[in-house]
Design a protein around this ligand. Sequence first.
Ligand code: ZN
Length: 117
Amino acid sequence: MRLTTKRKQILDLLQNTKAPMSATTLSECLPDMDLVTIYRNLDLFTQEGLVKRLQFDDEALYEFQETPHHHAICENCQKMIHFSVPEKQLKKLIVLEGFDINSIDITVKGNCVHEAS
Ligand SMILES: [Zn+2]
């Protein structure tokens, strides 16, 4: 893949923003780029494994993951927690006869627990 100026702009933005972003948010930050270009490049990055595509309800978010990890989302405040679990242990838990697991993505939904003061 050739790293054109446009591609670099999108990648840099994803890398510098610590949170996953939707294509719409990206296009708001990159007003010179049209949405089609952004989508096309996001697809390319996903295929190349540079960026992870996360599907949350009806929204797709794109995240630059330095290390592979999973997500927990609070259904009240939408806060997102990034966490990792040893992949070996996960694979042991999921028993699928005649199936080789390549990757596992976990999205946990719940609520933030606020300590009573
Ligand atoms: Zn994350």
